[in-house]
Design a protein around this ligand. Structure first.
Ligand code: ASP
Length: 323
């Protein structure tokens, strides 16, 4: 086990990077920060010996408190791990609350030459039926198989394999809280067998990771009935770089907010509208009524795929530029 840096290892192995989250929480030991690191968590799966593993403690944070320096540290570390000949694949043990955003960001700054698999736990290790150890073992199996190469970054929870591109956390506590609306499961892990049903198209993004001191400022605003437009005006006053608006249905906004949106565009602020619904695509050419996609696009708004929190990550990277 190492503290945040790689050791050269001759034997091929799966590298597990511990970053915190519920999977690392032991309430009776520590109520402030995740207490369990790689050594303790690897101990919980000591009966599992099919695949050689190495562990690294990168940081111990609850994923809702992650900052851009954390993300930099993670991506930099993963890039170094790809260059280690003995590393067959990498598991990132992570908090579940932002796992869909962080795994998506890692996916977008790819392509990655070896499997990268995020996992975590919905139930901490002092609860009956804690799911962390089983998730960890399944994630190791997925990271270890050559069938996982070229499938983009993945999330393995509850015996299911999801593409980071499509996965969302949709339930606050349930062990089956991860799903991929519209796309469906990419695969599953049953007994020790990793099965794939489909593959994501190859990643061609090559987004650059923004420099630490220049992460674009992008805000996410959800449309609600009778919305006052207060946050749109705050974004203008703050001169943010971009705004992602979760619009009604397929991406519609109230007619009375159009002047506020026009001011953002006139000020050079990038504006995207995504559907606020849990699944489905934005429309581009169906409605011409005020506040709908045809008029929005003619104002300079881009209609984009949701969900909003993942679109925000994509816009940040897009504003930062490609390789
Ligand atoms: N708040 C925790 C986190 O995301 C929840 C979890 O890991 O399930 O770090």
């Amino acid at each position: 086990m190492t503290e945040g840096h790689l050791v050269a290892a001759l034997e091929e192995h799966v590298l597990i990077v511990f970053t915190g989250g519920t999977i690392s929480v032991s309430p009776s030991r520590d109520s402030n920060h995740p207490a369990l690191g790689g050594a303790q968590l690897a101990g919980e799966i000591s009966g599992f010996s099919e695949v050689p593993i190495q562990t690294v403690d990168l940081y111990r944070a609850m994923s809702e408190s992650l900052t851009f320096p954390h993300l930099h540290k993670l991506v930099t570390f993963l890039r170094q791990a790809m260059d280690q000949p003995a590393v067959r694949g990498v598991v990132v043990s992570h908090g579940t609350d932002t796992m869909d955003e962080v795994s998506y960001l890692v996916d977008l700054v790819g392509p990655w030459s070896k499997p990268i698999v995020f996992t975590g736990a919905m139930r901490h290790n002092e609860l009956v039926s804690a799911d962390g150890p089983a998730n960890l073992v399944n994630a190791i199996r997925v990271a270890d198989t050559s069938a996982s190469i070229g499938r983009g970054v993945m999330v393995v929870m509850n015996e299911e394999i999801h593409a980071a591109r499509y996965v969302v956390k949709g339930h606050s506590t349930n062990v089956s809280s991860f799903s991929s609306p519209g796309a469906g499961l990419m695969g599953s892990v049953v007994e020790e067998c990793v099965r794939y049903y489909w593959s994501v198209p190859p990643c061609t993004n090559s987004y650059r990771l923004p420099a630490l001191d220049s992460w674009p400022k992008v805000e996410l605003i959800r449309m609600t009935l009778g919305n006052s437009g207060l946050f749109l005006r705050a974004c203008l006053a703050e001169q943010v770089d971009g705004v992602v608006i979760e619009g009604f249905g397929a991406g519609h906004v109230p007619e009375f907010l159009l002047p506020d949106i026009q001011k953002l565009i006139d000020a050079g602020i990038r504006v995207w509208v995504v559907p606020r619904t849990a699944s489905g695509h934005p429309l581009y050419a169906t409605y011409g009524t005020p506040g709908s996609e045809i008029g929005l696009q003619s104002m300079g708004v881009q209609m984009e795929e949701g969900p909003g929190h993942k679109a925000r990550i994509r816009m940040m990277l897009e504003l930062a530029g490609k390789e």
